[in-house]
Write a protein that binds this ligand. Structure first.
Ligand code: NDP
Ligand code: 8X3
Length: 249
């Protein structure tokens, strides 16, 4: 039986790579994002029978619900929800951060994610499906300028564990995937379009790739149905941990 994945944020980075990975294995994919041209390109590349593009701003609950209401019949049986759409905005310490950046991260990474999850849960329960929530190492390890971004990802990780608990006995699997540095459009978005800052961050670092993350999501989603990866943290070898900082008089 052909399975169906709903992958948010499929116009770029992890989500686009995941859409290709699942379609390559014969899944149907509902691909979402705001950039309709990129979704159309994905449909053109992978085929309209395999990919349904749904363009909407995930912060707009009415648009989200309308897009789900309008799914073609063959895409309605969602077996896997990949909550991937998300972003960081800004790198300033809290005392210099923009409040609208913080609000955008909360609206996208938290409010939209729980809204979509709540909507899709009945179908996932009916089909004994799975959820993969994309969190971050920033959920666990604080760094200067990570403030609200890290807070939103800590929410995603803890919400995922809570979902596991609530869904006990339903057969629905829930995983939080917590990647470290991976080269996508993430830093370009975070810096409000500063390509040189993005290039400088990844230069010489051998960051993870979107394909690395897509392969991991696919592995998680296709494990035997009696196995659940609760949380999985991954980094490039070039990245590790720094110590505490001490301010001195
Ligand atoms: P990208 O910027 O390449 O992709 C982000 C995706 O999210 C895009 O498809 C974008 O679509 C979508 N998105 C963002 N805001 C909205 C919105 N308001 N409505 C609809 N879609 C939206 O970044 P990544 O692929 O790296 O990021 C994917 C996830 O992985 C994010 O949750 C991020 O926090 C997380 N992550 C990234 C890491 C990294 O180092 N790259 C590490 C750990 C976690 P569009 O702009 O078309 O709307
Ligand atoms: C993205 C990883 O380290 O830029 O979630 O916060 S990091």
């Amino acid at each position: 039986m052909t399975r169906t994945a709903l992958i948010t944020g499929a116009t770029s980075g992890f989500g686009a790579a995941a859409a290709r990975r699942f379609v390559a294995a014969g899944w149907r994919v509902i691909a979402t994002g705001r950039r309709a041209d990129r979704l159309q390109a994905l449909v053109d590349e992978l085929g309209a029978g395999q990919v349904h593009g749904a363009a909407f701003d995930i912060r707009d609950a009415n648009a989200m619900n309308a897009a789900l209401d309008a799914l073609p019949e063959e895409f309605r049986g969602i077996d896997l929800l990949v909550n991937n759409a998300g972003l960081a905005q800004g790198t300033s310490p809290a005392q210099g951060a923009r409040l609208d950046d913080w609000q955008r991260m909360i609206d996208t990474n938290i409010t939209a994610l729980v809204t979509l999850t709540r909507r899709v849960l009945p179908t996932l329960i009916e089909r004994r499906g799975a959820i993969v929530n994309i969190s971050s190492t920033a959920a666990t390890y604080p760094y200067t300028g990570g403030n609200v971004y890290g807070g939103t990802k800590a929410f995603v990780s803890q919400f995922s564990l809570g979902l596991r608990s609530d869904l006990h006995g339903t057969g629905v699997r829930v995983t939080t995937l917590e990647p470290g540095m991976a080269e996508t459009e993430f830093t370009l978005v975070r810096t409000h379009g500063d390509q040189s800052a993005s290039d400088a961050l990844y230069k010489g670092a051998q960051p993870m790739t979107a394909q690395d993350i897509a392969d991991t999501i696919f592995w998680i989603a296709t494990l035997p149905p009696h196995l659940n990866i609760n949380r999985l943290e991954m980094m490039p070898v070039s990245q590790s941990f720094a110590g505490f900082q001490v301010a001195r008089d």
